[in-house]
Design a protein. Structure first.
Length: 284
DNA sequence: AGAAACTCCACAAAGATGTG
DNA sequence: CACATCTTTGTGGAGTTTCT
């Protein structure tokens, strides 16, 4: 499997377009020898509080102890059971998307058991947020959403750091993907190329040629996979970079325009003002 | 105003799946 | 097994929108 690291840039470049929608969140207790086999229509995250959850998913088995997390992808069948002690866990159903895509995690191998050691701080915050949420205290839904964002960020971050292609068990490689699931892998060269050649004008046609697709199909493929069009993604990356350069206070507007592949400072300035509602000269 | 980016749509090849 | 049907993947034309 191709290295996912380049694709993870996406979350930074498009952070303001990330949407997280929590469908439900609750605590559950299951008695000894409970078992179930099902699948969920959306993402589902379990935070094991007590007992052991035995999991079988995508032909791989594992056990989740208190503190561990289990991340389920939509429409992936699994079997879960518990032993002598029963089990207790929090669950949260959610969707996590960017732009037009509501299931952006599908292209990353993150599902399965996440060892508690990697996420202990974030999971603890989420649990406290859940207590407030259960008591219906003011803004607790916003807090819960924030804590889930934090928790998911940590899971993604860990996968990026370790170059991991998933936790154990990882069903995403074994899973027969149907429907409109797109593969981020094919776009790897594009992300690399984009970040490398930011200092000169980049035509969409070049990017399409890079991975051997027709220009129009490339635009469609990119949008279905990433959630925004390639042109918009490029614009977004340039505006993020422009903001960073301005904060450094080391470059003139003219220099930044050059660094970002704009033909002249006027074009850059116009693009910048459109994005940030302020000209670059009055940004910092 | 002209070029580039983008959308929509029709269509085709190839592979997967269903059925008698 | 053979044929039909559906799905996925991809192309290209035509037209619209956005950018410079």
């Amino acid at each position: 499997m191709a290295n996912q690291t380049d694709s993870f840039h996406l979350f930074n470049e498009l952070s303001e377009h990330v949407t997280l929608r929590i469908a439900s969140c609750s605590a559950l207790y299951h008695p000894p020898h409970w078992s179930e086999s099902k699948q969920h229509p959306d993402y589902d995250l379990w935070i094991v509080l007590a007992g052991t959850v035995n999991l079988r998913m995508g032909g791989v088995s594992g056990s989740a102890k208190p503190g561990d997390l289990i991340l389920f992808y939509p429409n992936v069948p699994y079997s879960a059971s518990t032993g002598e002690d029963g089990c207790r866990f929090l669950y949260v159903h959610f969707d996590f998307g960017i732009g037009d895509r509501s299931r952006i995690l599908d292209d990353f191998s993150l599902s399965g058991i996440v060892p508690g050691a990697f996420v202990s701080e974030e999971a603890a915050l989420f649990r406290r947020a859940f207590e407030r949420y259960r008591n219906r205290s003011a803004v607790s839904s916003v807090r819960l959403k924030g804590c889930l964002t934090l928790l998911l960020s940590r899971i993604i971050e860990h996968a990026a750091e370790s170059g991991a292609s998933g936790f154990d068990p990882s069903p995403s490689t074994a899973l027969p993907k149907k429907g409109t699931v797109r593969h981020m892998d094919a776009l790897q060269p594009v992300f690399g190329y984009l970040h490398e050649h930011l200092q000169r004008p980049i035509a969409i046609r070049e990017l399409a040629e890079l991975i051997g697709m027709s220009e129009k199909y490339f635009i469609t493929y990119f949008k279905n996979t990433v959630g925004v069009t390639p042109g918009y993604y490029l614009y977004q990356v340039r505006m993020n970079r422009a903001r960073d350069y301005l904060y450094l206070e080391q470059y003139s507007i003219k220099q930044i325009a050059e660094l970002l592949g704009y033909p002249d400072p006027y074009t850059f300035s116009k693009a910048f003002k459109k994005y940030y509602n302020r000209p670059p000269s009055r940004f910092v």
